[in-house]
Ligand binder design. Structure first.
Ligand code: NAD
Length: 266
């Protein structure tokens, strides 16, 4: 019988209380990893860790939670250092991100929303990548996998503008690509996940019951539906595992074909 896909690996997931983060945590646990679930919201983390334990009762690794604001370097350093007791990080999923309700177009986006979005979505990924590299080196690891969550809006333009968010995800994509090249000979792989719009609170709370707003987006999916968080998590699991040993610097698009579509089926 083949072994578990992440057996013996230590992983950090940021934004672990949210849609993609929680589903990824569960898959990582089921595949034998030990996981630190990090999030800015402690109450959300409490609920999420209970769900993760329930969904992965057979877990062989360890699990712990950490309150962390990814936009603060001391928070990220403490988070990564907390994995020293397990032998250092092998997998870093820099996934926390925000899409602010006041984010709009070039004219209407407030500067403070712009700055907040870049601080969390871009600086947070930089800090996570930086401290993952430092930990991998400190523990003399010959391989590591860092996955950074970007978005399809880093690849295609949307006439439903959220300029600060879009700019932040473009930065994540470019930064991840460069990190992949810089660290390739150390055995550290960097890949960017590009999800299409999903059925997670980040988007769905914002869409609410507004059917017109919903349709405006759904019509662009060849499949006619939004993606599910678990479908992103399966991709992250692959990128985290040694099965992806030659996958580096990729814009890993999980979008049901959305970014390849011109006219979609009726
Ligand atoms: P979500 O809102 O369900 O989860 C995001 C989590 O990040 C939340 O638990 C939140 O508390 C946490 N968070 C927010 N700010 C933080 C901070 N400063 N420090 C630490 N944690 C913080 O969203 P999701 O859909 O699971 O999104 C995860 C990632 O996927 C984000 O980077 C998002 O931009 C990206 N993404 C989402 C979609 C979508 O449609 N849902 C599409 C493309 C990309």
């Amino acid at each position: 019988m083949p072994g578990l896909r992440l057996e013996g690996k230590n992983a950090i997931v940021t934004g672990a209380a949210g849609g993609i983060g929680l589903e990824t945590t569960i898959l990582f646990l089921r595949e034998g990893a030990s996981v630190v679930m990090a999030d800015i919201s402690e109450p959300a983390l409490e609920k999420a860790v209970a769900k993760a334990k329930e969904a992965a009762p057979e877990m062989v690794g360890k699990i712990k939670t950490a309150k962390c604001d990814v936009s603060k370097e001391d928070n990220i350093k403490a988070l990564v250092d907390s994995v020293d007791e397990w032998g250092g990080v092998d997998i870093m999923f820099n996934n926390a991100g925000i899409m602010h309700a006041d984010d709009a177009d070039a004219v209407d986006t407030p500067e403070k929303i712009w700055d907040m979005t870049q601080n969390i979505n871009v600086k947070g990924v930089w800090f996570g990548s930086k401290h993952a590299v430092l930990s991998l080196r400190k523990h003399n690891k010959k391989k590591g996998s860092i996955i950074n969550t970007a978005s399809v809006v880093a690849l295609v333009g949307a006439a439903t503008p959220q300029l600060a968010y879009t700019a932040s995800k473009g930065a994540v994509l470019a930064m991840t690509r460069e990190l992949a090249i810089v660290h390739a000979r150390e055995g550290f792989r960097f890949n960017a996940l590009c999800p299409a719009p999903l059925n997670t609170p980040l988007l769905q709370d914002w869409l609410g019951d507004d059917q017109a707003k919903r349709h405006r987006r759904e019509v662009h999916f060849p499949t006619g539906r939004f993606g599910e968080a678990i479908e992103q998590a399966q991709a992250v699991l692959f990128l985290a595992s040694d099965e992806a040993s030659f996958v580096n610097g990729s814009d890993f698009v999980v979008d049901g074909g959305m970014t390849k579509a011109y006219v979609t089926p009726e």
